[in-house]
Design a protein around this ligand. Structure first.
Ligand code: PA5
Length: 447
């Protein structure tokens, strides 16, 4: 039997006592009950809770579609933004070769679009796609989000000119709402294969639906193992009312106690570059779920040891408003040993024969102790290795903890009303029909 993700508060103990964390975690069982019973704020968006079990029936179609795209093309462009982008990007980056695109062995390339409106990015992408035989997976729950909609218009036009309308339709997959939105209309008109994002799952909780699973399957990773990991985590958290053995409750309680003690910024730390986009996914999950009504912990992230040489100084000695949550990966997948050198002119022979991971682990331990000395509490989440199974565990662990944490803060963790503000202004400034009056007012302000 595989062991599970674990959480340690040892390096936060001089800021929050284990007893008070467990007491708050135990009190938070009522939030867990309310999440399971669907009686709290945002209860229309709880479909992700049972996803690890529910999505299994879609495996065959997801894998069949992935196989089809891999057989007709060498590249897939995944179009989406926010929750329709970060989950797939996070899992693929965490589990793929660090230099996939430079590998000599044959592989299917996954590229992303629609996560920005940057003209140079799109031009560069089109330039690359000229020489590629590509497919498109376009993802938008609402089917109306501007960034992916623009990207899809451009890339659909490009693909249709390249391979013809019929071929293009065979290699465009749409993942969207079951009945509404412009993307659904486009898919129906053009006969694209579609997958549905269930009504009761918000974007940032959708990585274990086809939104995340199809791109991950196309990249060649094992979605069954990813979901198995999430299932295992569901098993030890969702209905576990014994707070001390429920890592999601412990994490939610610890971070809220740290907030109550003035720690309003949480930095998610990884000591492997592979975790970079897991942090980006986590930032959206916690930022959109908690940052409302003037509340919430600001989610930030760093990649160590890289960022110890940029942000390390601030963390060590800047304003004491921070705490860190480290995702500690015990074993790397690969092995490299530092060589012995005869004349030792770089004075590194004291490391000769050691693995890079041993140096990295000592950097991790040294950093935790230094940051503790600098008055920074550290929560540690440990997984034995970074594979599909433990990535699935991390996903479910963080999602459930986020929902509980939102309820501890007394906010609705499943809405994101603030995201609309920039959109309204952008539409008004671009003279979108219906936004004329707002446009006039904004242009006055800009004079
Ligand atoms: O979490 C969310 O709801 C958002 O980040 C959305 O995922 C994002 O805005 C994209 O929305 P859509 O999938 O409707 O295009």
């Amino acid at each position: 039997m595989k062991e599970n993700l674990s959480i340690s508060l040892k390096n936060a103990a001089s800021f929050i006592s284990y007893e008070e964390v467990i007491a708050l975690a135990q009190q938070s069982v009522r939030h867990l009950e309310s999440i399971n019973a669907g009686t709290g704020a945002g209860s229309d968006f709880l479909g992700w809770l049972s996803l690890p079990d529910d999505v299994i029936q879609q495996f065959d179609r997801i894998e069949k579609t992935a196989k089809h795209l891999r057989s007709v093309s060498d590249t897939t462009v995944v179009i989406g933004i926010g929750g329709s982008y970060l989950g797939a990007k996070a899992v693929i980056e965490a589990l793929s070769h660090s230099f996939t695109s430079l590998q000599k062995t044959k592989h299917h390339e996954i590229l992303f679009a629609g996560q920005n409106i940057c003209e140079d990015y799109m031009s560069d992408l089109l330039e690359i796609l000229e020489g590629r035989n590509y497919s498109i997976v376009v993802i938008s729950k609402s089917g109306t989000t501007t960034e992916p909609a623009i990207a899809f218009r451009i890339l659909k036009d490009h693909l249709e000119r390249k391979v013809g309308k019929v071929q293009a339709a065979d290699r465009i997959i749409a993942i969207t709402d079951s009945s509404k939105g412009a993307l659904k209309t486009l898919a129906d008109i053009n006969g694209y294969e579609t997958f549905v994002i269930p009504d009761n799952i918000g974007g940032r909780y959708s990585v274990l639906t086809p939104v995340g699973l199809l791109p991950v399957a196309i990249s060649g990773l094992d979605i069954k193992s990813l979901v198995k990991g999430a299932q295992a985590m569901e098993g030890i958290t969702r209905k576990n009312h014994n707070a001390s053995s429920n890592p999601s409750l412990v994490y939610a309680a610890a971070r809220n106690l740290l907030l109550q003690g003035g720690r309003s910024v949480e930095i998610l730390v990884g000591f492997t570059s592979r975790l970079h986009y897991i942090s980006e996914w986590w930032k959206q999950l916690y930022g959109e779920s908690e940052g409302k009504e003037g509340k919430g912990i600001f989610p930030a992230s760093v990649d160590f040891t890289t960022d110890l040489h940029s942000l390390g100084q601030y963390i060590q000695e800047g304003q004491r408003i921070l705490f860190e949550t480290i995702i500690s990966v015990r074993n790397p997948k690969k092995k490299i040993t530092i060589p012995q050198e005869k004349d030792d002119s770089d004075q590194l022979n004291y490391l000769a024969g050691k693995r890079l991971s041993e140096v990295n682990h000592n950097a991790e331990t040294g950093t935790i102790l230094a940051h503790n000395d600098g008055n920074v509490p550290v929560i540690k989440i440990e997984i034995p290795e970074l594979d599909e199974f433990y990535t699935g565990q991390l996903i479910y662990f963080f999602e459930l903890a986020c929902a509980v944490s939102g309820y501890i803060l007394d906010v609705n963790p499943f809405d994101q009303p603030g995201v609309e503000a920039y959109k309204k202004n952008m539409f008004a400034l671009l003279n979108k029909p219906g936004f004329e009056e707002a446009g006039k007012k904004l242009k006055e302000r800009l004079k």
